[in-house]
Ligand binder design. Structure first.
Ligand SMILES: [Zn+2]
Length: 253
């Protein structure tokens, strides 16, 4: 092991009873530019103190992982476990303050759930929800109040379910990305969506805020849907839906 250590290697050494990680500046016989010849290993301790150690024993080569672990400028991505250079901003934080690399962040968003929040005054906002991130779609500002979980039905099959804090689910089911002949009733839900999410000012606005969550499923052709309102507004909202409630319920089932 010791013979792998060269000037410039990183190594663990014992110094005054302590195990220290340092950069090897001298090995026995190494001649420094000023002519001095090292008799033992000489190591510059890594870290804030930058201690130069000339009296070291038990030199053991350190791996790149050891060096990065000891360096507070490096941290592993919580998802892919790659080392990230924190000083150079190769990272972001998820909602639980875990460090995540930009590649993992992007791949999370590729599979994000989309939540539409519709206010009675017509204001609409979209939120993207993944397990690690919840952001408002336009400016990617973090928001809270949404939780997404994977619900497995069998093996790899299943669906994400996004739930909205303080809200109850009034309608739930699934829709296809487009309307084909096999599921004509799905068209009714798409029509309703166009009405409430579109810019049509004609329809009577809902009496309360409501939330529509679209979640990816293991079937790429179908999307799970949940319509949520605050608990105290449930009856009012269902009343506003009127005949649509039954139609939408059937369309989503
Ligand atoms: Zn990563």
């Amino acid at each position: 092991m010791e013979n792998e250590i060269e000037v410039g290697s990183h190594a663990f050494v014992q110094s005054k009873g302590e195990r220290v990680l340092g950069k090897v500046l001298g090995i026995p016989g190494h001649r420094f530019p000023n002519g001095r010849v090292a008799e033992r290993y000489e190591v510059l301790q890594l870290g804030s103190e930058m201690l130069y150690l000339r009296d070291v024993d038990e030199v053991a080569l350190a791996t790149d992982d050891d060096v990065k672990e000891a360096d507070e400028n490096y941290a592993r991505c919580d998802e892919c476990k790659d080392w990230l250079d924190i000083e150079n901003g190769e990272h972001t934080y998820d909602k639980n303050e875990n460090i995540v690399c930009h590649a993992c962040e992007s791949s999370e968003f590729e599979n994000a759930s989309t939540v539409h929040v519709v206010h009675p005054d017509g204001e609409k906002k979209q939120v993207l929800v993944t397990e690690r991130f919840t952001v408002e779609r336009e400016y990617f500002e973090p928001v809270t109040g949404y939780t997404r979980e994977w619900q497995s039905s069998s093996g790899y099959r299943g669906t994400y379910v996004t739930s909205v804090e303080g809200h109850v689910e009034v309608l739930s089911g699934w829709m296809t990305g487009w309307v084909d002949e096999t599921v004509p009733q799905k068209a009714r839900f798409n029509e309703w969506l166009e009405r409430v999410l579109g810019d049509d000012e004609e329809h009577e606005p809902a009496p309360c805020k409501f939330v529509i969550a679209f979640d990816p499923t293991s079937n790429v052709f179908s999307t799970a849907v949940g319509v949520w309102v605050e608990e105290e507004n449930r009856d009012e909202f269902v009343e506003w839906l009127g005949d649509d409630f039954e139609v939408l319920h059937n369309a989503l089932t």
